[in-house]
Design a protein around this ligand. Structure first.
Ligand SMILES: NC(=O)c1ccc[n+]([C@@H]2O[C@H](COP(=O)([O-])OP(=O)(O)OC[C@H]3O[C@@H](n4cnc5c(N)ncnc54)[C@H](OP(=O)(O)O)[C@@H]3O)[C@@H](O)[C@H]2O)c1
Length: 228
């Protein structure tokens, strides 16, 4: 049984969408390795033989390298970089201190790409690397403004993911940039459109279909293609 199970690494799974994705893939009989920064009660509550819980901050290169070493025996069908921040997202860019704006960029764009670069050798043959983007990362769909440094960080993630896919095209794995919808989490807030269950069910459906397909896609949780 275990040998035929699909295997996912979900990074940034302590709460919110990451935690919901772990639950969704476990329910689909995948084996899941989930990362947290500090002990997560939500992850602990999902404990089972199919779940491995690891600890790493994606901004800490030493911790990410140590995680890569610890997982040397693993091969994943899906690696999903979910972790992200929205610090001072409601302030216009000129009102956000330089170090805060830089940190949003580092956590949302640079750290996921560095992680993917290191962990691509842990993919199963034609596996899939997914990045949690946002519709706010689309330059052409920005018709309302706001969320300035956050938008810019997700647009940067999209751009870097395109270059990442081009750089490694010969290796045969796929890359997916995913918009989860506007979801009721700590980041999304109580006014958001949909609950975590709806979002993660949609994303898991899409990701299961996308595994094994080369190239790069930018999709929302319903499977709709977004414009860059
Ligand atoms: N909710 C929405 O409507 C929405 C819409 C579009 C895109 N997104 C994206 O979806 C992703 C998850 O968002 P969410 O709504 O679930 O937010 P959330 O509830 O605030 O959760 C954020 C997650 O990211 C983790 N994280 C943050 N910085 C990290 C770091 N440096 N290293 C490792 N983990 C880190 C957090 O860990 P800790 O518990 O340790 O803080 C937490 O697990 C983010 O990338 C977000 O930008 C969300």
């Amino acid at each position: 049984m275990t040998e035929t199970r699909k295997n996912a690494l979900i990074v940034g799974a302590s709460r919110g969408l990451g935690l919901g994705l772990v639950d969704a893939f476990l329910k689909r009989s995948w084996a899941v390795t989930a990362t947290q920064r500090s002990p997560s009660q939500g992850l602990a509550a999902l404990a089972s033989d199919a779940l491995t819980i690891e600890t790493a901050d994606i901004d800490d290169d030493g911790a990410v390298t140590a995680l890569h070493d610890r997982l040397s025996g693993q091969r994943y069908d899906l690696i999903f970089l979910v972790a992200g921040v929205a610090t001072q997202a409601h302030d216009p860019a000129h009102d956000v201190p330089r170090d805060v704006a830089a940190q949003v960029y580092l956590t949302n764009a640079i750290s996921p790409i560095r992680f993917a670069e290191l962990f691509r050798d842990r993919l199963n043959g034609s596996g899939l690397i997914a990045f949690m983007s946002s519709i706010l990362g689309s330059v052409s769909l920005n018709e309302s403004g706001g969320w300035e440094t956050y938008r810019a960080s997700k647009a940067a993630l999209n751009t870097l993911a395109i270059s990442f896919e081009i750089r490694h095209r010969e290796e045969g794995f796929g890359v997916a940039l995913i918009h989860p919808g506007w979801v009721r989490t700590e980041m999304g807030g109580e006014e958001a459109d949909i609950d975590v269950e709806t979002s993660v069910t949609g994303m898991a459906d899409i990701l299961e279909r996308q595994v094994g397909k080369a190239g790069i896609v930018y999709l929302d949780y319903t499977g709709e293609t977004l414009t860059w």
